[in-house]
Design a binder for this molecule. Sequence first.
Ligand code: FAD
Ligand code: DHB
Length: 399
Amino acid sequence: MNPSLEKPSPRYQVVIVGGGPSGLLLGSLLHGAGIDALIVEARSPDYVLGRIRAGVLEQGTVDVLTQAGVDARLRAEGLPHDGFALCVDGEVLRIDLNGLTGGKTVTVYGQTEVTRDLMDQRSRFGAASIYEAADVAIGDIDTPHPFVTFVKDGVTHRVSCDIVVGCDGFHGVSRRTVADKGLNTFERTYPFGWLGILADVPPCSHELIYVAHKRGFALCSMRSPHRSRYYIQCDLSDDVRNWSDDRFWDELRRRVGPAVADDVVTGPSIEKSIAPLRSFVAEPLCFGRLFLVGDAAHIVPPTGAKGLNLAVSDVHYLGSALREFFLERSSTGIDHYSARALDRIWKAERFSWSMTTLLHRFDSYTPFEQRMQRAEFALLQSSQAARAVMAENYVGLPL
Ligand code: FAD
Ligand code: DHB
């Protein structure tokens, strides 16, 4: 069916493009402040919930989820972690997060669960969301009355608002909308990917283990005491169809070494996928009445678990700026959003890049660069100050 003529829709104070974790969390914070926001999402709820991604939440992320009132299940089911292990060429070093940061921890709780909690809360609130919206477009961002158009069930809708927030991930429309409006981008790609597997087997260790091995990186993580998440570094050109479950478990066991391999419980995978690694930042994050948030504005390689946490800190900054804008009629917060968020974004980019560089096998590395990797690990082994810097970044810099 051809889209019919535009259908006038109710006006909203905010239209949020993208209903992933950033969009849903911002929607929740705005609802709590009495600011009405519409979420426009390209996919179905099941599709959004089916993406297996992040697993580690910083304390600041837990605090923002608490402020949003979606912490009940997280507190009941989330697993607090006091530390994690680095295993480099067979040598193990524990990073004591709790001891090195004056009592801070991280919480293992899947992004899927965070998203489900936010979706459930949104339906309880009866707040408006449009799923499976096609051809989403954003206009008039240089005026006080921007709009968003989309096609739903063959009908084109046009929604006017005061503010548009782009929470639509790396491949969304928001950043594209401002590509020729003075957007600067900074990028590094890495010559490998992560092959991830989810399986209903107990984790091999009660803490996460990051492994650097001559065959490549591996990560032992989890979602619950009965569900494990493992990753191994793979070629960018590789295909999941080349990886039977048996091949994956064999390769993982080789990389983690004999002591840990004995504790790896294998079982059928319930999800298997390959993700490329990328560092990316777009600047600035504000274009007139359009604001970029989360993966729409920046990507980190997953080593160190910063992506979702960074999206949450953007939401925290923009949420308070929008409260000031709508409730106190002050634009100070939104004027400073971009600089404030970028300051934290660049520090998380640095940390994720340094963890990636420390722990992966780079085929192009010269012997000098290989020695630098070893020296970096040796410094961590010998210097509490170096471990404290790693721990401080891992638990999350202050919001
Ligand atoms: P997204 O989750 O990408 O959501 C964007 C939403 O916008 C999607 O629902 C999409 O369908 C929708 N959308 C796209 N285009 C449009 C459009 N044109 N119109 C409307 N809607 C649109 N982070 C961590 O913090 N810790 C981890 O342990 C971690 N592990 C990871 C492991 C892997 C394998 C991967 C791939 C990522 C990991 N991340 C991790 C990163 C984390 O998943 C992302 O940073 C997070 O999903 C960002 O949330 P977001 O809402 O900004 O973007
Ligand atoms: C997970 C992913 C990460 O990138 C990480 O550093 C830790 C855990 C995970 O998916 O469990």
